[in-house]
Write a protein that binds this ligand. Sequence first.
Ligand code: USQ
Length: 382
Amino acid sequence: MKILILGADGYLGWPTAMHLANKGHSVLAVDNYARRTMALETSSEALFAAPNLLERAKIFKESTGEEIDVRIGDCAEMDFIGEIVRDFQPECVVHYAEQPSAPYSMRGPREARFTLENNLGTTFSLIWAMIQHAPNCHMVKLGTMGEYGTPNIDIEEGWIDINHNGRSDKFLFPRQAGSLYHTTKVLDTDLLWFYVRTYGLAVTDLMQGPVYGISTAESDLDDRLMPHFHYDDIFGTVVNRFVTQAVSGVPLTVYGKGGQTRGYLNLNDTLQCVELATNSPAEKGELRVLNQFTEQFSVNQLAEKVSEVGNRLGLNVEINSVENPRKELEDHYYNAKHSGLLDLGLEPNLLTDDIMAGIITKVQQYQSSIDKSKILPRVKWS
Ligand code: USQ
């Protein structure tokens, strides 16, 4: 299949590009290095410096013989993305080209505006590129479980049937996000639903939870192929942060009471989910929503897990509650459905002690690069 990957330099984008190329797909990888720039601007560099996308593609070819074509540019630019879609004629486009950090989006008006314009801009420009040049292409879009927030009812998979005054209809599940970043994903979904029902596009919106992990089958071939691994307060997700804190002897930063519960998944399961969605496309005129996570944890449960495994490996892991920089419920009901991807064939890699030990051991190889000044929260919601 001809697969276009937007945001291909990112934590998820690069492993996805390698994985799909290794499966024999013809992959065109696009990025404008926005994430690298934001990391530099906020002193949030990853644990190790990754080669640029062109160099990564070259190293990947030397390791596997497989090609990944690369284009550098801004997917929010209609002319740029329009030309790429017109010339490449993708059968599927995987859209990761968004600013992915909640704290970055809450840092100030400049960052908020960039998040809004970039995230809506890339989705909008891609929609029009598809309408004009590839109307039969299937879009696989990365949304987030954070679109739903933490409602006091079960979270359905995208849609809910509502009976009201004796009549019933099906609607997008109510969404109430906890950061501007998460809100841009809500707006994306509304934009996509409008264009799907009006222009007959085929879209899968993946509501993904926080991802953890540092390596995949392809990145194991050469350390220079590893994804950007962030442990800072702005771009690092909680499990990757806790592991790095455990390795560097910093007490684990549980925000507030630590009862915040989310659905989590292994980086390798992101690859599986995207591949499964790609192989079984949505119908034209369908907005298919799949909740993408494998198991639920509270922050306290994650901290306990990292601490248990870390201590068994000889670390001296402490857990510390710090003032919560975010506005979020710290003690709440959470029960989200997630059967769609399992029905498509997902075989979860759960967060076992072995998996946790593997991440810890890999991060230990880079222990001397950990900059402790990037760990405590620097961005407050208010
Ligand atoms: N948290 C801590 N301590 C920390 C870091 C985080 O207690 O040191 C807590 C947060 O307050 C939150 C939970 O852990 O309650 C998850 O935080 P996170 O930073 O791992 O995840 P989040 O900001 O929600 O964003 C991440 C990705 C984002 C994705 C989202 C999925 O950065 O791109 O959309 O996970 S979800 O959380 O389901 O919305």
